[in-house]
Design a protein around this ligand. Structure first.
Ligand SMILES: [Mn+2]
Length: 462
């Protein structure tokens, strides 16, 4: 945990921003995997963690925006808890750690809510994303689950996004610590990514390394020789000479901040000429995307700049044609890159996505496009110092998508479908780094993890 004063200052800022009414912020509960007592590993809610630092299930934070009163509610650990799960700090101790003056029972929050509503006060809460969270709020507020899902507070969302978007030095340091574990993990990957090794064996080794560093995954790892499947969570293949292996992975720092890194490696240690051509395009697109970033620049512009580089590169290979600005405006490049350039990173790997992607990555100035590809851009708005954003361009050859577009005669002005035929089993390449926006430009937090062709081939030859 950070010092209690940090959490107190964050809460005070949120109460000032929301201004009137009360805030009720439930933390996450334990979730049953196949029955109640066999639980998934516990993961605290990002906003609750941001306000309390408490990684304990079943708590709820109550904040009165007008009086400044703060209450931490939850169950008091009892003898049965000690017998089955070990001794745990009392609720009072937890409240003290988080700098919250008062604490109360789990039912206390319901009384506080009902009393506030009885006095005609507004109760602000964030959109719940787990069934249990919906039901808890429904109980607290005496509303139906449907009413709860619709009744979240836009004002509280905006206050949270403003606060959590701007990472201070201690938070950036946490992300650096997560990135350091990822760097070790990718070094291990480069040492053992060989033909004949199964994806599952690599997956197990990397999991072991993460755990041995006292860390855990921020999201389920993508590790696949079929990188063109964007969120491929299967690990059932054997690596073959000449494959590309795509690994997209992130871990949690001690205080819960995430890293999110992707590397694509040549199995056997050397890229084929075709692979190198595509790899260099993605790498160049990433470099241009990062170089475009600065305070005040819309991330949308960085996305479009990277997209143009991909069009130029694919045109040089004879796969596309046309003026890059025109091609990108038409969205033809999305055949190869159907996702956005990146997203915010913080306590959540897609930071604050539970608050609604548009609330985090868009604002009054930028509205989400409906165009295929661009519609997947999670973050468009202007960058500010303190933002941490991933930059992750990719080029994928998705056979079903290519065939469909060809059949439909889509974007034929810009795409040479005949030239694409030999690429149908190419797979996909993505390169992802974590980038901090500074007062003057950017700091690539994951810059030490090898990614140039020469670095990767050198490393894998060792
Ligand atoms: Mn990412």
């Amino acid at each position: 945990m950070f010092d209690a004063t940090i959490y107190a200052a964050r809460r005070a800022q949120a109460m000032r921003s929301v201004g009137t009414g009360v805030i009720v912020l439930p933390g996450n509960d334990l979730l049953g995997m196949n029955y109640k007592a066999n639980e998934y590993p516990f993961r605290q809610d990002g906003s609750f963690l941001y306000f309390t630092g408490l990684d304990t299930p079943s708590l709820c934070l109550w904040l009165d925006c007008e009086s400044g009163e703060e209450v931490l509610c939850g169950p008091e650990p009892d003898l049965m808890h000690t017998i089955w799960s070990g001794p745990a700090p009392s609720l009072g101790e937890l409240a003290e750690r988080a700098g919250v003056a008062r604490h109360g029972s789990a039912v206390g929050v319901q009384e506080l809510c009902r009393k506030a509503m009885g006095n005609g006060r507004e109760v602000h809460y964030l959109p719940p994303y787990q069934g249990d969270g919906v039901l808890r709020l429904a109980r607290f507020l005496g509303r139906t689950p449907g009413e709860i899902e619709a009744g979240f507070s836009q004002r509280l969302i905006e206050a949270m996004v403003e606060l959590r978007s701007l990472k201070d030095e201690t938070e950036v340091e946490e992300i650096r610590r997560a990135v350091a574990v990822s760097a070790d993990m990718y070094a291990e990957l480069m040492a053992c990514c060989r033909p004949g090794v199964s994806e599952m064996e690599l997956y197990g080794r990397l999991q072991g390394l993460i755990l041995s560093r006292g860390s855990r995954e921020a999201f389920p790892m993508i590790l696949s020789r079929r990188g063109e499947v964007l969120h491929n969570h299967t690990h059932d293949q054997i690596l073959r000479q000449g494959d590309l292996l795509l690994v997209d992975s992130g871990v949690c720092s001690p205080r819960g901040y995430a890293s999110d890194i992707t590397r694509t490696l040549p199995v056997g240690g050397a890229f084929t000429p075709w692979q190198r051509d595509i790899y260099e395009i993605v790498l160049h697109a990433q470099a241009v995307g990062i170089a475009s970033m600065a305070p005040g620049i819309p991330f949308l512009d960085c996305h479009l700049a990277a997209a143009k580089v991909m069009v130029e590169g694919l045109s040089a290979l004879g796969l596309m044609r046309g003026k890059p600005e025109v091609v990108v405006a038409a969205g033809a490049h999305a055949l190869f890159c159907p996702h956005g350039l990146g997203h915010m990173l913080g306590l959540d790997v897609h930071d604050m996505e539970s608050l609604g992607e548009d609330n985090v990555g868009y604002d009054q100035e930028f509205r989400r496009s409906g165009q295929f590809g661009l519609s997947g851009l999670r973050m468009a708005r202007r960058l500010r110092p303190g933002f941490v954003v991933t930059v992750e361009p990719g080029i994928y050859f998705i056979p079903d998508l290519i065939r469909l577009w060809r059949e439909q005669g889509r974007q034929t002005e810009f795409i040479d479908y005949d030239a694409l035929e030999p690429y149908l089993d190419f797979g996909g390449i993505r390169i992802e780094d974590d980038v901090l926006v500074t007062e003057t430009g950017v700091d690539v937090l994951s810059a030490t993890i090898p990614k140039t062709v020469a670095e990767l081939e050198d490393r894998m030859a060792q």
